[in-house]
Ligand binder design. Structure first.
Ligand SMILES: [Fe+2]
Length: 100
C-alpha cells in the first residue's frame, strides 16, 4: 500500500508483457475486484490488459489499508491451462470489466 496523501490505492490498469499473472484470493474483501471470493483463482495472460473492476478504483480513494489476503504469481514461462482447470472456469470473469 502506498502512503502518499493523494494516492489512489487500487492499482492502475496494466498489461504484463513478460509474464502471465495468476492470483489466488485467499481471504477477506478484495479491494480491486467485485464478485471475487475466497479460493477464487484468476489468470491474466501476458499482454492482456487488466486492472480494478469498474467502480473499485474510485472506491479505493482515501482508504488507508486493505483487509485482503491474496497470492500473486508472475511466471517466467507461459502457463498451460489443463482440462481440469477448464472445468472450474466460471466462463464470465473475462467479461467482468464491462459496465452493467
Ligand atoms: Fe496484473
Amino acid at each position: 500500500m502506498t502512503y502518499h496523501p493523494k494516492v489512489i490505492p487500487a492499482q492502475y490498469n496494466h498489461s504484463n508483457i513478460d509474464s502471465d499473472e495468476m492470483l489466488y484470493y485467499v481471504d477477506r474483501d478484495f479491494m480491486s475486484r467485485t464478485g471475487i471470493g475466497p479460493s477464487y483463482i484468476s489468470l491474466h495472460p501476458s499482454e492482456i490488459p487488466h486492472g480494478p473492476h469498474p467502480g473499485t478504483y474510485e472506491a479505493s480513494i482515501g482508504k488507508k489499508e486493505t483487509h485482503e489476503l491474496a497470492v500473486m504469481i508472475d511466471t517466467f514461462n507461459t502457463l498451460q491451462i489443463t482440462e481440469e482447470a477448464m472445468k472450474i472456469d466460471d466462463g464470465k470473469y473475462f467479461k467482468s470489466w464491462l459496465l452493467h
